[in-house]
Design a protein around this ligand. Structure first.
Ligand code: FMN
Ligand code: SF4
Length: 446
């Protein structure tokens, strides 16, 4: 079972509230029910009804934790409004960022929160099939989840007659395995159809044409795990937590020179407090915080008061992304870090759109020659122009986001980039003529 970092007592525990009760055995359904599991489902099917459940989720302001922060209520409403003989709900538990283990932590410490969220989403949108897509590499976790699903069905929380209402919601755990892009929803849906996939142009969105061309809600498992709490406590109670336009809590994967771990934090918490949770900057001065994973933005120490929430991070040049927050001290070179992150993104781009496929590689190559002591005097301009051109097109979000390490680097650390280009100096003392390691794809960039 995963352990979570201790957080201040006053911080609400929406996602990890049952973890202590399930510490001995996360799949113990009786213990979960004693702790309040499936009370939200009861409320949804008995009191709220399908329309009322969607209205409650909309009123809560819940935004998708898969990275982009799409309003969950609107997504559910869109799927339920589509005429269809069959609808699906898919819990995205792929966890594409290799350095982030929040999905695994959630599933392995409280599987019933995700299962309950899936059943509520299916009930609300009129789907009879709900699929939990998880990484195949942890066979023990897959087996545990299959057991938990079976136990929930046998207890009447899922299956052909949910809580005696006559509504059927059949659950399936589907292990999937692939590269980074498999976390993207249209690729995941193809994989669930048994096909190889590349991102699809949207619209049409999965809510219109998703799994097997039927209306499909794809939600991050973290989004789904918040649903039972919202149904139980009410939309306005959830809306009162966190930031006004980004309510609720989120799991973050913290990492820094002094430690780290996974914590549930209210959205809107200043980055400064997240740094503290990770044990502080460590013995050396903090230089930057990388927020959002391999496609994240590098924010300088002066921006530590930035609230960790969708809109403020986007304005600052970062994003919630995979939920990763990495503290970098003064031994970190911005050019070196940005080029490694960009290489990860270039190596993992599926190649379907040329600006992404070629552009990210060119961006990486420019960073590589700057870090390698072979810059051209115009490289800073080139970096900016290229990042802009790449951002302007693109079939999926990967292309737009993958430029953030360099665009944020140019925005906040321009003098350090100029030191490399114009003065042949790396202030952090990291860059020397560098031989690029072969086979760096899929390396853990953080
Ligand atoms: C390259 C890429 C990787 C992604 N990886 C994940 C992932 O691992 N887990 C996830 O929930 N969403 C991931 N997403 C976002 C999904 O496409 C989708 O927006 C999300 O699952 C929707 O759920 P939400 O509305 O609850 O956020 C990824 C997107 C992109 C572009
Ligand atoms: S933007 Fe990049 S990752 Fe997304 S579909 Fe195009 S090539 Fe693939």
């Amino acid at each position: 079972m995963a352990s979570f970092l201790a957080t201040p007592r006053e911080w609400p525990r929406v996602l990890t509230g049952h973890v202590d009760a399930l510490a001995a055995n996360p799949a113990d359904l009786d213990a979960a029910v004693r702790a309040g599991a499936f009370d939200g489902l009861r409320k949804a099917v008995r009191d709220l009804g399908a329309t009322g459940t969607i209205a409650t989720i909309a009123a809560s302001g819940l935004r998708g934790r898969g990275g982009a922060g799409m309003p969950t209520g609107a997504k559910w409403r869109a799927a339920s409004a589509q005429p269809a003989d069959q609808r699906y709900v898919v819990g995205n538990g792929y966890g594409a960022d290799p350095a982030v283990h929040t999905d695994h932590a959630l599933l392995s410490s409280d599987p019933y929160a995700v299962i309950e969220g899936l059943v509520v989403a299916a009930f609300a949108t009129g789907a009879t099939q709900a699929i939990l897509a998880v990484r195949a590499d942890d066979a023990a976790l897959v087996t545990m989840l299959e057991g938990a699903v079976l136990a929930a069905e046998e207890a009447g929380f899922a299956g052909e007659d949910v809580l005696g209402t006559g509504h059927a919601v059949y659950l399936a755990v589907r292990p999937v395995q692939g590269a980074y892009m498999l976390g993207e929803e249209t690729v995941l849906l193809k994989a669930l159809e048994g096909k190889r996939g590349q991102p699809e142009q949207m619209p049409p969105y999965p809510t219109e044409r998703g799994l097997f061309d039927r209306p499909t809600v794809v939600n991050s498992i973290q989004t789904l795990a918040a649903v039972p709490w919202i149904c139980r406590e009410g939309g306005s109670a959830y809306a009162a937590i966190g930031a006004k336009a980004s309510p609720g809590t989120a799991l973050v994967q913290l990492r820094g020179p002094a430690g780290g771990g996974i914590a549930e934090v209210p959205l809107g918490t200043p980055l400064r407090d997240l740094v503290k949770l990770a044990g502080g900057p460590g013995p050396r001065p903090l230089k930057a915080v990388l927020v959002g994973g391999p496609t994240g933005g590098l924010l300088p120490a002066e921006l530590l008061d930035t609230p960790y929430e969708f809109d403020a991070l986007r304005s600052a040049g970062a994003h919630v992304g995979s939920g990763s927050v990495v503290i970098a001290d003064d031994r970190t070179c911005v050019v070196d870090l940005a080029r490694l992150l960009t290489r990860f993104s270039a190596d993992n781009a599926c190649g379907k759109s040329i600006p992404c496929r070629i552009g990210l590689r060119r961006l990486y190559e420019i960073g590589d020659r700057i870090a390698g002591g072979r810059p051209k005097p115009t490289d800073a301009t080139l970096l900016g122009d290229l990042a802009h051109d790449i951002t302007a097109s693109g079939l999926c979000d990967h292309e737009r986001l993958a430029t953030l390490p360099f665009t944020s680097g140019m925005r906040y650390f321009r003098s350090e980039i100029d030191d490399h280009i114009l003065r042949s100096t790396c202030p952090a003392g990291v860059c020397q003529p560098i031989a690029v390691a072969a086979g760096a794809a899929h390396r853990d960039p953080a």
